[in-house]
Write a protein that binds this ligand. Structure first.
Ligand SMILES: O=C(O)C1=C[C@@H](OP(=O)(O)O)[C@@H](O)[C@H](O)C1
Ligand SMILES: C=C(OP(=O)(O)O)C(=O)O
Length: 436
């Protein structure tokens, strides 16, 4: 595959075969960071190979961590509470990576953050996290709450409010920082807390690294004592539900049979709910242990769901909704506007371009399903991996091929996406990119 490419998606008659789900994006970023915050050596088993994982590894190395890739594992030699000062970090287009590192950066007496994605990560809001760090006593400079950003500690910790209305990643960032501060953090998450699931994944990660923390059931209060040490020797990354949601949705909208392994049932990833949403739509999905088998091509019906619990699967599920009978609405998804693109307005526009009836409100996205779609158009991937997944799935069910611009951005979270679909029988052409 060329470095940058558009993809031409050919209609598929069926999808058939067995795949192993790729390693989780959200657990890879968390485990790599926590490993670097130990004062020892941690083997993170089966790490993601996505650009976001690469961005985390690059930044941790620049801060002084030892990074050795052995087969599918990363062996990290940590810097404990002492990342190097005076380093410039470039987290690429990785929101969670950027925010987690910003939180931890106040352990240093100066870290700069730049991004080579000024039109994507560069536009995403960081102000709520920067304000919280500033109230904690950190020196902060930014371009109106956006990149480039400079942060400097030291800080002591104590009680701290942080808004969790636009992203859970701000609170997660402070949770990674807290145990290494002399006074820890008593966090009060303010506003209508969004994305509870990733917050629980952060608590889960802290616990796996021996960190004590207590949280109220609604997660509004999270208390993490200071002067603790991160500790672990070996930790295994589970399978990825957000990316797998796209494979499950693809398998549901086409005839055939697809089995996807490495998806544990009791997992904290909110996008696990995609399985239930697809079932509610009428998909035939059977679980056996860590494997899910989809018998595709069943008639699907529309649903209306509060989708804040599984935002990273909304694009994939929109592909299923596109072929379901009736109007599907994803409610309570304002935060989708603050991702790699505006996943409400930009998605609505691409769906309309493809011939669907779609609509939006400030915090919801609706689509009316169709029995068939003509294709034969070029759709804009918006530099967004999850938009590319959605458009690909629609292309597989279209009558004529669909071209997706800038399809290489799939590598942000799911570098093997097209290969995996090819293994199931799909056919793609990779052509010179018409956008960055
Ligand atoms: O903590 C994390 O790893 C993530 C949290 C979520 O973001 P928000 O909390 O900004 O919705 C999610 O969409 C993102 O892909 C990863
Ligand atoms: C929004 C996403 O990631 P991030 O916020 O980490 O950039 C995503 O994976 O869909």
């Amino acid at each position: 595959m060329p470095d940058s490419f558009d993809v031409v998606v050919h209609p598929a008659r069926e999808l058939r075969g067995t795949l192993r789900a790729q390693p989780s994006k959200n657990y890879t970023t968390r485990y790599l960071l926590a490993a670097a915050l130990t004062a020892g050596e941690v083997r993170v088993v089966g790490v993601a190979t996505s650009e976001d994982a690469g961005a985390m590894l690059r930044c941790l190395e620049a801060w002084g961590a030892g990074v050795e890739l052995i087969g599918d594992d990363a062996v990290i030699r940590g810097f404990g509470a002492k990342p190097h000062a005076g380093v410039t970090l470039n987290p690429g287009n990785a929101g969670a990576v950027a925010r987690f590192l910003m939180g931890v950066s106040v352990l240093t007496t100066g870290t700069r953050f730049v991004t080579d994605y000024p039109d994507s990560l560069g536009k995403r809001p960081q102000g709520d996290l920067l304000e919280a760090l500033s109230r904690l006593g950190a020196q902060v400079s930014s371009e109106d709450g956006r990149f480039p950003i400079a942060l400097s500690g030291p800080v002591r910790g104590g009680p701290l409010e942080v808004s969790a209305e636009k992203s859970s990643q701000y609170a997660s960032a402070l949770m990674f920082l807290a145990p290494l501060l002399p006074a820890g953090l008593d966090l009060h998450l303010t506003g209508d807390i969004k994305s509870h699931a990733p917050l629980r994944q952060t608590l889960d990660t802290l616990s796996a690294f021996g960190i004590r923390a207590t949280a109220s059931s609604d997660l509004a209060r999270i208390s993490i004592p200071g002067a603790q040490t991160y500790q672990a020797s070996r930790i295994m990354v589970p399978g990825d539900y957000p990316g797998s949601a796209a494979i499950l949705a693809a398998a549901a909208i086409l005839p055939g049979e697809v089995r996807l392994s490495n998806l544990r049932e009791n997992d904290l990833q909110g996008e696990r709910e995609a399985v239930n949403v697809l079932r509610e739509m009428g998909a035939d999905i059977v679980r056996t242990g860590d494997s899910l088998t989809v018998r595709g091509g069943q008639p699907l019906r529309a649903v209306t769901r509060d989708s804040d619990g599984f935002t990273d699967a909304v694009q994939a599920l929109t592909a299923a909704a596109a072929f379901a009978e009736g109007q599907t609405t994803w409610e309570n998804v304002y935060t989708l506007r603050l991702k790699e693109c505006d996943r409400i307005s930009d998605t609505r526009r691409e769906l309309e371009k493809l011939g669907f009836t779609a609509s939006e409100t400030n915090d919801s996205l609706s689509i009316v399903g169709a029995a068939s779609v003509a294709g034969g158009v070029t759709a804009d991937g918006h530099g967004d991996h999850r938009m590319i997944m959605l458009l690909t799935l629609i292309g597989l069910r279209a009558t004529s091929p669909v071209r997706i611009t800038g399809a290489h951005h799939i590598r942000k979270s799911y570098p093997m996406f097209f290969r995996h679909l090819e293994e199931l029988g799909a056919s793609f052409e990779y052509v010179a990119a018409t956008r960055d």
